[in-house]
Design a protein around this ligand. Structure first.
Ligand SMILES: [Cu+2]
Length: 432
């Protein structure tokens, strides 16, 4: 285990080459950033094949079935499923266990996620902070990424995700996937994982989701226990090539980007795992973020960082998967491009499965307001934008982190850029 994430990012960089045609492949274009930790972290499962043309996303799991189901059977009398559930009887006495997965099926895709605690995460002002997250012990063992590595699967996969954790208790909630209660990772309606548990679920709808710990959720999420979860539809053939649309009947895209917004209040990163769970007041109603990140990149670096800034060519379609993992209202504005919202919270707009709704356009200069935990799938079709295709066009994208009550940008007048609740990046479209 290296001392901080910079080395880890360099490790990733060492095994991949930048894509020669500027097609954006987030997992193959990670560059180290001097003085900053964890850039590009969630795309650690580098796959050079993704540099191929045309772009075809690849799942991040390992072919199943994974491990056998050897833990002890569930005692449902001890879970929140059949037991009496009141705050006094259960609220801070959640069942802690490591049961076997009920209704076990053979997996087609297998993942491992192990709890990590990292006390020296480097901040943009040179300070250090404690973060927690999930380590992918199959694809990037020993590397502690923030946000945690992406889980990417295909509709209909039988997915197993083994949580392994050695400190306190935690869970994994695959947000929006809606598996059975025991596999939903919500401690208060089932159990918290004491040692290991294999979550089993089957995604039904392609889209952008995320996963996170659901124990003492506001705190564990703030500590960093989250990552993106992408479900792809089955491949289709376009002009003789395998392609993967955004969803069944949805657009095929050439360039894919991931923007995960997060903010950190350093005071929260000093609290204990169970702080506040038994009704004690530890100040979880007061959130004063001091640091702001897009996809693990501090706001001082997002303009140029290859894991945030997007590169495409005229005529290409760009799909941005945006998650607001911050506790602020996120305001996102494209200065030059009209963009289309084609899915919200993992649910496609339009297409054969959703004939009752439609994608909608956000004109340039108009702000997209994104609540906490919300995902927007943003399509930028450079072919329909009125651009001079012989020139390189740069669009500046502005992010504002607004206080959830006052709606003012956090620390807007701070003399320190790193402390202001703003970030910028750019989308560059070059001649084909
Ligand atoms: Cu946790």
């Amino acid at each position: 285990m290296s001392q901080n994430s910079i080395a880890e990012v360099e490790t990733v960089t060492a095994v991949v080459e930048p894509t020669p045609d500027l097609r954006r492949d987030p997992r193959a274009s990670i560059k180290p950033i001097a003085g900053l930790a964890a850039a590009g972290a969630m795309f650690a499962a580098a796959n050079p094949l993704q540099a191929q043309t045309p772009y075809v996303p690849v799942g991040t799991g390992t072919p199943g079935p994974g491990l056998p189901n050897t833990n002890s059977p569930v005692d449902f009398n001890l879970t929140g499923i059949s037991g009496e559930e009141t705050f006094d009887s259960f609220g801070c006495k959640v069942w802690k266990a490591s049961p076997a997965t009920p209704d076990w099926q053979q997996a087609s895709v297998y993942f491992e996620r192990k709890f990590y605690e990292k006390n020296d995460f480097l901040l943009p002002n040179g300070g250090r902070i404690a973060i927690w997250g999930f380590e992918d012990t199959l694809k990037s063992k020993g590397q502690n990424f923030y946000p945690s590595p992406i889980i990417r699967v295909t509709e209909g996969d039988m997915v197993h995700v083994k949580l392994d954790q050695k400190k306190g208790t935690h869970t994994i909630h695959h947000h929006g996937i809606e598996p059975t209660t025991m596999n939903d990772g919500v401690g208060h309606v089932s159990f918290e994982v004491e040692d290991t548990y294999i979550y089993q679920w089957q995604p039904r709808h392609a889209g952008t989701w995320f996963y996170h710990c659901h124990k003492n959720t506001p705190l564990h999420f703030e500590y960093g226990m989250f990552g993106l979860l992408v479900v792809d539809p089955p491949k289709i053939q376009v002009n003789g090539f395998d392609r993967v649309p955004a969803f069944k009947g949805g657009p095929v895209y050439d360039v894919e980007a991931f923007w995960v917004a997060d903010d950190m209040d350093p005071r929260w990163h000093t609290l204990q795992q169970e702080a506040g769970m038994c009704g004690d007041d530890v100040g979880l109603n007061i959130f004063r973020p001091q640091y702001f990140f897009i996809s693990g990149v501090a706001n001082t670096q997002t303009m140029t960082n290859a894991n945030v800034a997007v590169n495409a060519r005229h005529g290409q379609k760009i799909l941005v998967r945006l998650l607001n993992a911050s506790y602020s209202v996120l305001a996102v504005t494209f200065d030059k491009f009209d963009v289309q919202i084609i899915a919200v919270d993992g649910h496609s707009l339009g297409g054969p499965e959703k004939p009752w709704n439609q994608p909608f356009t956000i004109p340039k200069g108009q702000t997209i307001q994104v609540a906490t935990a919300t995902r927007y799938d943003i399509l930028i079709d450079t072919a329909v934008l009125d651009l001079n295709t012989s020139q390189t066009i740069e669009d500046t994208v502005r992010f504002e982190f607004q206080d959830w009550i006052t709606r003012k940008v956090h620390n807007a007048t701070s003399a320190n850029v790193w402390q202001r609740g703003t970030a910028q990046t750019k989308v560059t479209v070059r001649p084909a």
